[in-house]
Design a protein around this ligand. Structure first.
Ligand code: LLP
Length: 402
């Protein structure tokens, strides 16, 4: 059930902190975590927040305080997780295509590691042998996810060790006496169909007998969240009860209790986030009515990069009769957020809000056109506070050698 912050709250925040502005509702993140907890209650699961979706340290702290682990895709994300107070045994590092030195750095932190290439697995074996438990990321050769760019499990994907190379994995395990503690697959983002997760689980179950020291099966992230009014997300209650069945089956067949891990990013932080922008210019061109806002793909790239749909609302004038708009940014490139979108009549200066902007919004923002990144505000325990300020001209020059 989508229950967004009210227009009034969003307007007040825009007035107070200026626009463009990212706003996050901490309570919504807690609510999503509770949903996971209750949906997966019958199973023994652990959740690691895929923090690439939003790495602000205040968000990491909030999520850590909820009891959730943190999944990192770079060593720097792992350092941020440590700085947020997350203990190493709650941090997971799922690398891809990275230099071996970064994996060594991850071992120094004592965090869980998933390795996604034979090359790094071999180096890991030669260096650590049996001494450091490690997970392997496999590629299941399954096409799933919202669009090709966010599908990672198919047979042309760079992610993971292709399933057909499993014998080579086993040879390395034997040669180096590797302690394989986890089998990992992340098939993609925005996977609605529960059957995809179960299909992956099946593939991994078949491999269990090869890895006697296994502690967990990690099914990655990718739960779908509804971006449009008529959409529904992944049925987590169903996935939760199927996960419990899978665990029972593993117990029955192999006599061991394996934890099932998940790495949700969008599910935890997409709906909590809002991007508030202001309309700079209205421009009529034949049939097209452009509303040009003080933002662009430098602040929210998902519509341009993935053709992603975000709900948009005019919160300054919400009850006006609707007109049809094309919403564009102010970047010196084609940066169209939406075409032919019905919105309450817009006046220059009105605030337009983008919903579901928490995940991969600010995180994928840039300073293109030497524009400032938006400020970020977190609402927690009934109060709103700045968790990162807007850039200044000094910030743009900070790394430059003058
Ligand atoms: N685990 C791994 C190993 C991943 O690569 C990802 C996302 C996740 C978990 C979390 O997936 P999620 O639950 O957030 O779907 N920028 C794109 C999404 C890219 C996802 C990359 N990997 C977007 O805005 O749609």
């Amino acid at each position: 059930m989508f229950n967004p912050l009210s227009n009034e709250v969003l307007r007040q925040l825009a007035d107070e902190f200026g626009t463009p502005l990212y706003v996050y509702d901490g309570e919504k993140i807690a609510e999503q975590y509770q949903l996971l907890q209750s949906a997966f209650n019958p199973a023994s699961t652990r959740f690691f927040y895929a923090c690439k979706s939003l790495t602000n340290i205040n968000i990491l702290r909030l999520i850590n305080n909820l009891g959730c682990g943190i999944d990192c895709s770079s060593i720097n994300e792992a350092y941020l997780a440590i700085q947020a107070g997350c203990s190493p045994n709650k941090i997971l590092y799922t690398s891809n295509g990275i230099a071996f030195e970064e994996i060594v750095a991850a071992t120094e932190l004592g965090i869980h590691i998933n390795i996604d290439s034979l090359s790094n697995l071999e180096k890991f074996g030669a260096r650590f042998g049996h001494s450091y438990p490690v997970g392997i990321r496999l590629r299941p050769n399954i096409m799933a996810g919202g669009n090709l760019k966010i599908s990672t499990g198919h047979e042309k994907s760079k992610f993971g060790i292709p399933l057909e190379d499993i014998q080579l994995v086993l040879d390395l395990v034997k040669t180096h006496n590797l302690q394989i503690s986890g089998l990992h697959v992340h098939t993609g983002s925005e996977i609605k169909d529960v059957a995809v997760f179960l299909q992956v689980a099946r593939l991994l179950i078949d491999l269990i007998p090869n890895f006697p020291e296994l502690k967990c099966i990690d099914l990655g992230g990718g739960f779908k969240v509804p971006y449009q009014d008529n959409e529904t997300g992944t049925d987590l209650k169903e996935l939760g009860s199927k996960t419990a069945e899978i665990q029972a089956e593993i117990q029955r067949k192999f006599g061991k209790q394996l934890e099932i891990w998940f790495e949700p990013g969008k599910f935890l932080v997409s709906e909590c986030g809002y991007l508030i922008t202001k309309v700079n210019v209205l421009k009529q061109s034949g049939q097209i009515l452009f509303a040009g806002i003080n933002s662009g793909f430098n602040h929210l790239i998902r519509p341009m990069f993935y053709d992603a749909y975000h709900r948009i609302k005019n919160i300054s004038h919400p009850n006006a009769p609707e007109k049809i708009y094309t919403i564009t940014g102010n970047i010196c490139e084609t940066d169209q957020f939406a075409e032919n979108r019905a919105l309450a009549e817009i006046r220059e200066g009105d605030y337009l809000v983008f919903y579901n902007a928490g995940a991969y919004g600010y995180e994928m923002a840039s300073n293109y056109n030497a524009r400032f990144k938006p400020a970020q505000v977190l609402i927690e325990n009934g109060t709103s506070r700045l968790i990162s300020r807007r850039d200044t001209l000094d910030d743009l020059l900070r790394l430059q050698i003058l």
